[in-house]
Design a protein around this ligand. Structure first.
Ligand SMILES: [Zn+2]
Length: 376
């Protein structure tokens, strides 16, 4: 019989260990879910919470399961940073709350997202709860940066490690849940490297695929471009990367307007009321950096594909499988050592993006570097 675990894609080992713990009634007081960003840790945490509260251990269909999955069950609390960090007040409140009896179920679950983002005081408050946890409470700490979680907190938790989802599993999941064609699901699963959250974005936002096409077109055009044209193309790519950030600004403006009118009584908006503009800037930069990294990783996959093809590798290994004729053409024109240099160069740019080098500058220097490496 299908259970709620079947609705969560990938992460077989993590699911099995949590499912067993629930079935055998051997759950710990605290868990630490670690692994790459957007890979599905939170989805598993929520399924785990449902399994803990459901009388059938996670049927996935009863009223309890459904409400937990929809985030509407009073005994499951999800905490996440407000702005940059989880405020110490929120953790103090959680501590008080943890010692109150559950509202409906016989236990309570607290899921803490970005659990590494706490100041020292918050972390030590949390540690106190973890050291003497109330009997009927389970904590699930979720982080993509486990190195930043205090060792004293880590040592109180059972760690569950998450990795990227196998391409085939993700592909099947996208076909079933997003109604995309098999070919497109395959392409998206490869391009996003098995990261669930990103793959879902690619399904919902077709412009990401259009951007991949543009990036590849730009790379191929480097052959015939002069310096001015390279800078022009860098500018075009940068504008594309900026676009979602601009949309964000429009969105904020609209919310702000509503806030001023007093016609929107939204706790979230109000909370950000004071630091509205700062928050917007932060989000925009984040979005822009994400875009740059996506452009760079698209470039990286592109040259890797050419390399694989050139070396006579299995074409099933190609990420941009739909562009095989173009890949073949480039492979016959570009020498091996130059391709390797390109991949190296893009890795450097990705590191630069992680160190917050200005997006426009980064794109420009990458394209100029590629042109020099390939065609100079
Ligand atoms: Zn259920």
């Amino acid at each position: 019989m299908a259970t709620l675990w079947d609705t969560v894609v990938g992460h077989a080992a993590a699911k099995l260990s949590l499912q067993r713990a629930v079935e055998q009634n051997h759950t710990n007081h605290a868990y630490l879910f670690t692994g790459p960003r957007a890979v599905g840790k939170f989805m598993v945490a929520r399924a785990f919470a449902a399994a803990l509260l459901c009388p059938q251990g996670g049927c996935g269909t009863c009223n309890i399961c459904r409400r937990v999955l929809e985030g509407k069950h009073p005994d499951v609390t999800v905490m996440k940073p407000a702005g940059k960090n989880i405020p110490v007040d929120a953790i103090r409140a959680l501590r008080m709350d943890a010692f109150r009896r559950p509202v409906e179920a016989d236990r309570k679950v607290y899921i803490i997202k970005n659990a590494e983002r706490m100041w020292e005081e918050g972390a030590s408050t949390l540690l106190k709860v973890l050291e003497e946890p109330p009997g009927d409470v389970v904590f699930v700490l979720v982080t993509d940066n486990s190195g930043a979680v205090l060792p004293t907190i880590r040592s109180r938790c059972q760690e569950i490690r998450f990795t990227n989802i196998p391409i085939e599993d993700l592909k099947e999941y996208l076909v079933e849940t997003r109604g995309v064609t098999e070919a497109r699901a395959d392409l998206i699963a490869r391009l996003t490297g098995g990261v669930l959250g990103r793959a879902l974005d690619w399904c919902d936002e077709p412009w990401r695929l259009a951007r991949r096409d543009n990036v590849v077109k730009t790379a191929r055009a480097l052959r015939r471009a002069d310096l001015n044209r390279v800078l022009e193309m860098a500018g075009e790519l940068h504008r594309e990367v900026r676009a979602p950030a601009e949309e964000l600004a429009a969105d904020y403006q609209e919310k702000k307007q509503l806030l001023d009118d007093g016609s929107l009584d939204n706790a979230v908006v109000r909370r950000f009321g004071k630091e509205f503009d700062e928050e917007l800037k932060r989000q925009q930069l984040k979005e822009e950096l994400r875009g740059v990294k996506e452009v760079l990783s698209t470039l990286s996959w592109w040259y890797r594909d050419i390399l694989i093809y050139k070396e006579g590798g299995d074409t099933a290994l190609l990420v941009n499988r739909d562009l095989e004729p173009e890949i073949a053409e480039e492979a016959s024109a570009l020498p091996l050592n130059k391709l390797l240099r390109c991949i190296e160069l893009i890795e450097e740019s990705i590191r630069a993006a992680e160190q917050n080098v200005t997006p426009q500058l980064n794109i420009e220097s990458t394209l100029l570097g590629l042109q020099e490496a390939l065609y100079a």
